[in-house]
Design a protein around this ligand. Structure first.
Ligand code: PEP
Ligand code: MG
Length: 532
C-alpha cells in the first residue's frame, strides 16, 4: 500500500509515531417509555447526572483542564440548552432522540459560526451530547484510546482526550478540528502532538495501521514506507535527545553563548498551572492572564476571591517578580455578561483596557484586590491593549484612588508599579510617550494588528508571522524606548516560545522572555545557542 501524505494545520508541537486508532461515534441503545412525563424526568436526571459527573472530575484536576470542564458545566446548567428537547418530548418523542435532535441543531450552529473560537467549541457540545446520552442509556460511550496510539478522527471531544494516558506518547490527527479548540489547548499542555484540518480521512479498503505525526510542520503520513519511517525515527531521536538535554538545564539560569543573561519568566492562567513546579525554573512570572479566572467563576469573582488567587501566585514565586495583567476580556476571549455580544469585529472592539475603563465597577474590584495582594511579594500590574497614553493615565488614576481608599479603610495594601502591554502598533510606535513603569510586548496581538492577519484564522497563518521584519522593527523600537526611559521591556506572546525566532528576538535587544511552563527548558536551550 502506498503511503498517504496529508497536510493540515499544526495544533500542538512534537513528533510521534504509533499504531492508528480510528475513533467513530458509538451509539448506545435505550428502551424508551411511552410517557412524555417519564421521558422528561429521565432527561432531567441524565443532565443532572452528567453535570454532577463533570463537577466531580473538576475536583481532581487543575488549571486549564478545569476551566474547560467548567465551560461544560455552565452549558449544562443553562436551561436554554435543553428547552428544545423538552418541547419535542412533550410531542411524544423519546428522551434520547429528543436530546440528540436538540443538540445536533446546537452543534450545527457552532460549526457554522463565523468566528473560529465558536467553531472550536463544537467538540465541547458533542461531548455534552454524548455524556448525557450515556447517562440516559446507562452505557459509557466515551471512546477508549490506548496509550501511545495515533488517534485519527473527524474531531475529538475533551472527554475522549482526558480519558487517555498521554504520558507514553501518542498523537492526534483530525480531519476537522481547530488549533484554538479546547482539545488543542489540552494537547499542548500534555505534550501530545496534534494536527488538525487534514480533510476527509477516507481509505480505499483497510484503514491504515501506522502513522507518523509531525505537530511542528502540521503533516501526517499514514502507512509510511520503511525508508520514510526510518528517516522520521531518526528525526525523533534527535528531537528527544535535544529535549532530554534541555530538561537537564531547566533549573539553570539562561545565558547566551555570548554570555548575555536572559531572564525567563512564566505565562500562566491560574495558580494551578504552577502545581508541582519548582520556582527555581524561572526568574519570575511575566504574565498572569486573569480573564480565565473570570471565565471559570460563576459570575464575576469578588475582591476576596481575586485577592486569594493573586496571593497564592505571589507566595509561590517566593519574592521573584510577578506581573499580573488586568482583565483582557473581549476579542477571542468573550466573557458572558461582560463583553459585548455580536461585535462586528471583536478584535477591533471593546476589549482589554477599553472594556475595563468602560466598566469601572468591575475594574475597581480587580485593582483593589491587586493593591491588597501587592504586600505579599514583588507584584507588578500591566494593562492589556493600550493604544493611547490617556488609557494608561486613566487606569493609573483609578489605581491611585483604590489604593488611597484601602489605606483610609486601614486595610494592608501597596501601590504596585503599573506597566503596559505593547500589542497595538500605535503603542509600539510611540512607546516613549507612555509613562509606563515597564513594557511587555504581546507579540500575538502585535503581529495580528501589524500584519492585518488574525491570530486564529488558518488561511492567513503564513502572514501572521512575528519574524516578519515589520513586527521585529516594532519590537526593536519598543526595546529602544525602554532603554531610553530606563524601564524594563519583556516579551510574553507565543513568539517567545518559538525557538526558531530566539536569535531574531534577542537581536532586538530583548533580555526578558516569558513563556508557558512547558516551554521553559526548550527556550533556555535555544538561548544557550545564541552567539551574541
Ligand atoms: C499577546 O497578545 O501576545 C498576549 C500575550 O496576550 P494574549 O495572547 O492573552 O492576547
Ligand atoms: Mg494580547
Amino acid at each position: 500500500m502506498a503511503e498517504i501524505h496529508l497536510i493540515g494545520r499544526a495544533a500542538s508541537p512534537g513528533l510521534a509515531i504509533g499504531p492508528v486508532t480510528m475513533l467513530t461515534a458509538a451509539v448506545a441503545k435505550r428502551t424508551a417509555s411511552d410517557d412524555p412525563a417519564q421521558e422528561a424526568a429521565a432527561l432531567r436526571a441524565a443532565i443532572e447526572g452528567a453535570r454532577a459527573e463533570i463537577a466531580e472530575q473538576i475536583k481532581t484536576i487543575q488549571g486549564e483542564v478545569a476551566d474547560i470542564l467548567e465551560f461544560q458545566v455552565a452549558m449544562l446548567e443553562d436551561d436554554a440548552l435543553a428547552d428544545p428537547a423538552y418541547g419535542v418530548i412533550s410531542e411524544g418523542i423519546a428522551a434520547d432522540h429528543a436530546w440528540r435532535l436538540a443538540l445536533d441543531v446546537e452543534i450545527a450552529g457552532y460549526r457554522a459560526a463565523k468566528d473560529e473560537y465558536f467553531r472550536a467549541r463544537a467538540a465541547d457540545i458533542v461531548d455534552i451530547r454524548d455524556r448525557v446520552l450515556a447517562h440516559l442509556s446507562g452505557v459509557d460511550t466515551v471512546p477508549r484510546i490506548t496509550g501511545g496510539s495515533i488517534v485519527a478522527a473527524d474531531d475529538i471531544t475533551p472527554s475522549a482526550f482526558l480519558a487517555a494516558d498521554w504520558s507514553h506518547g501518542g498523537a492526534i490527527a483530525l480531519a476537522a478540528g481547530s488549533p484554538s479548540s479546547h482539545v488543542a489547548m489540552l494537547a499542548r499542555a500534555r505534550g501530545a502532538p496534534m494536527v488538525v484540518g487534514l480533510g476527509p480521512l477516507s481509505w480505499n479498503g483497510q484503514p491504515p495501521a501506522l502513522a507518523l505525526v509531525d505537530g511542528d510542520a502540521g503533516t501526517v503520513i499514514f502507512d509510511p514506507e520503511p525508508e520514510t519511517r526510518r528517516l522520521f525515527e531518526q528525526r525523533m531521536a534527535v528531537a528527544n535527545a535535544a529535549q532530554a538535554a534541555a530538561d537537564a538545564g531547566r533549573l539553570e539560569s539562561a545565558r547566551t553563548a555570548g554570555g548575555r543573561r536572559i531572564a525567563v519568566l512564566l505565562n500562566i492562567a491560574a495558580p494551578e498551572d504552577l502545581a508541582g513546579l519548582d520556582p527555581a525554573i524561572c526568574d519570575g512570572i511575566g504574565l498572569v492572564r486573569t480573564e480565565f479566572l473570570f471565565e471559570a467563576s460563576q459570575g464575576l469573582p469578588d475582591e476576596d476571591a481575586q485577592y486569594a488567587v493573586y496571593r497564592r501566585i505571589l507566595d509561590w514565586a517566593e519574592g521573584r517578580p510577578v506581573t499580573i495583567r488586568t482583565l483582557d476580556a473581549g476579542g477571542d476571549k468573550p466573557i458572558a455578561g461582560l463583553t459585548i455580544d455580536d461585535e462586528r469585529n471583536p478584535f477591533l472592539g471593546l476589549r482589554g483596557i477599553r472594556l475595563s475603563l468602560a466598566r469601572p465597577e468591575v475594574f475597581r474590584v480587580q485593582l483593589r484586590a491587586l493593591c491588597r495582594a501587592a504586600v505579599h511579594g514583588a507584584l507588578k500590574v500591566m494593562l492589556p491593549m493600550i493604544a493611547v497614553p490617556s488609557e494608561l493615565d486613566r487606569a493609573s488614576a483609578l489605581l491611585d484612588a483604590e489604593f488611597t481608599a484601602l489605606r483610609a479603610e486601614g486595610i494592608a495594601c501597596a501601590r504596585p508599579p503599573l506597566g503596559i502591554m505593547v500589542e497595538v502598533p500605535a503603542a509600539a510606535l510611540r512607546a516613549e510617550a507612555f509613562g509606563a513603569a515597564f513594557y511587555s510586548i504581546g507579540s500575538n496581538d502585535l503581529t495580528q494588528y501589524t500584519m492585518a492577519a488574525a491570530r486564529d484564522i488558518g488561511a492567513v497563518a503564513d502572514l501572521n508571522d512575528t519574524g516578519n521584519p515589520a513586527v521585529l522593527a516594532l519590537i526593536s523600537q519598543t526595546v529602544e524606548a525602554g532603554r531610553k526611559r530606563g524601564v524594563e521591556v519583556s516579551l510574553c506572546g507565543d513568539a517567545a516560545a518559538d525557538t526558531r525566532l530566539t536569535t531574531a528576538l534577542l537581536a532586538t535587544g530583548l533580555t526578558i522572555l516569558s513563556v508557558s511552563p512547558i516551554a521553559v527548558a526548550r527556550l533556555k536551550a535555544a538561548i544557550a545557542k545564541v552567539r551574541s
